[in-house]
Design a protein. Sequence first.
Length: 310
Amino acid sequence: MTGNISAKADKAAAKKPKKVSKYSKRKVDPAFYWMTIPAMILVCIFLYLPFLQGAMYSFTNSQGYGDYKFIGFKNYIAMFQDARVGHAYLFTIFIAILITLGTNILGMFLAVLLNSKIAFKNGFRAIFFIPYTLSVLVIGYVFKYIFMTPLPALGQALHIDWLSTSMISNPDLAWFPIVFLSIWQGVAYSTLLYLAGLQTIDNEIYEAASIDGVNAWQNFWQITFPLIGPFFTINMVLSLKNSLGAFDQVMALTKGGPDSKTETVSYLIFQNGLGNGEYSYQMANAVTFFIVLAILAFVQLKFFSGKEKV
């Protein structure tokens, strides 16, 4: 009896199909490798190799040319004791938060308006996207003229003290033109991404909500915003990354002044690393800044991904 049971069990086991990995029989077209591997090689040559070389220079006393010697972590120690570098990091984070919030709030607002049933909708979309196509450096000089001449004249005519002089030369207000220009240009791309997200939402959801008596605010907060969660996540990450790397705006408007009050980390690395003989020192700054950006991007993705509703 026991032998029969054992024989039946062996037959059942033989008939039972074996688990096969989903990757074992999958055929990959060699064309994918021919496209991916050359691209990977180019990325390594033009991105990772220069980064590793720069990281190596951060442990030397190199001025960007001539002989050099390794000095260990002296550049990093000096950088953490440098008040100018510390102020650059604080200022960069300060304007990055303002730019990120302003860009996303305004971008989402414009996207909702442009997604509604209004006349000349496609024309408005094109008009709002134009700032993104323009060079920040060129437009920055236009805004510099506006903040230095017409606006102070307007402030004097209206007897507004803080507007009567140029904000660019005011140490307490010089950040505003940088933030304003960054939002003015960055909101176009943000709006475009949010529009793409809004167009993935089925109109039947809104029709069902209107039958239930949902008002406009509840419609946005309980339906629209959760459904465009992935677009909000990528917008926040891209906006923060771009604003933390603010350089063109500073170069065109303030050049780090007045009195180094508007120096961002990117501008400081460029100005002192290439122009003032602090090549290896600013390489250490660049490596540190890269680590900070990577940590912030990781935290952002983890935080906002957890908030998304499927």
